[in-house]
Design a protein around this ligand. Structure first.
Ligand code: 1SD
Ligand code: ZN
Length: 263
């Protein structure tokens, strides 16, 4: 494999397990969500999944070389209930995955169908662990909310706050602060039904530490907003190597339970 992991044939998902053994494990993400095998679980409906976020300005956005990531460590945020047991999870960061065209781009698929992209809001278990890094070493350490993107005519105002900063972080390693106020709640769809299963980070080292919660209802962004994502460069120097695609394809679900909540 090339020096660094990525999404090309030489360093992409098919070869990650050579350098990152966990990527070949039995609890990997994403998966194809086969809706006919999802079992509805009354416990999930009784113990509602709830979230409370802070509105913040000047959040830092950076080009990781694999996409953009907004650092949003919110000690005042809470994600709890649903599949999360008695524990409370706190928001750490959010980022997106997309594809070369809008016919692909999401990491999870639904009955074999890909969406144009997928937003991930990454949280860690503050009840049991002292830091994000520690939590990422444990099977119940992280909870990630996944939100699919559909392409439509109306630009998404909250995503536009991200898009308007991308020209300042074109190259890998660049970062800037987002002047607008961002409330992560506004990224979530209005319908709150979701699927949930136990999985992993979708990027190396692919730790098997994530309780995945994938919303059924997509949010809408425009083609132009996705075009702007694809203009980021994976390189730090002058060379332009556009990040046109940064999704891992579905991994086998195996004998893991896939549950649904119709909220
Ligand atoms: O791809 C992200 C990766 O960038 C990093 O943020 C990691 C958390 O440390 O999470 C993965 S993912 O599983 O949320 N895609
Ligand atoms: Zn992700």
């Amino acid at each position: 494999m090339a020096a660094e992991w990525g999404y090309s044939p030489t360093n992409g998902p098919d070869v990650w397990a050579r350098l990152f053994p966990q990527a070949g494990g039995a609890r990997q993400s994403p998966v194809d969500i086969c809706t006919s095998i999802a079992s509805s679980d009354s416990n999930l409906e009784m113990k509602k999944l709830t979230f409370a976020y802070e509105s913040q300005s000047d959040l830092r956005i950076l080009n990781t070389g694999h996409g953009w990531k907004v650092e949003a460590p919110q000690s005042g945020s809470r994600l709890e209930g649903g599949p999360l047991g008695e524990d409370i999870y706190q928001l750490e960061q959010f980022h997106c995955h997309w594809g070369e065209t809008s016919a692909e781009g999401s990491e999870h698929t639904v009955d074999g169908r890909a969406y144009a992209g997928e937003l991930h809001l990454v949280h860690w278990n503050t009840t049991k662990y002292q830091s994000f890094a520690e939590a990422a070493q444990h099977p119940d350490g992280l909870a990630v909310l996944g939100v699919f993107f559909d392409v439509g005519n109306e630009s998404n105002d909250e995503i536009e706050k991200i898009v308007s900063t991308l020209s300042e972080i074109k190259f890998k390693g660049q970062f800037t602060d987002i002047p607008d106020v961002i409330d992560p709640t506004t990224f979530l769809p209005s319908g709150l039904g979701y699927w949930t299963y136990l999985g992993s980070l979708t990027t190396p080292p692919c730790n098997e530490c994530v309780i995945w919660i994938v919303y059924k209802e997509p949010i809408t962004v425009t083609e132009e907003q996705l075009v702007q994502f694809r203009c980021l460069s994976a390189c730090s120097g002058e060379a332009e190597e556009f990040i046109v695609k940064n999704y891992r394809p579905p991994q086998p679900l195996g004998n893991r339970a896939l549950r649904e909540c119709n909220a």
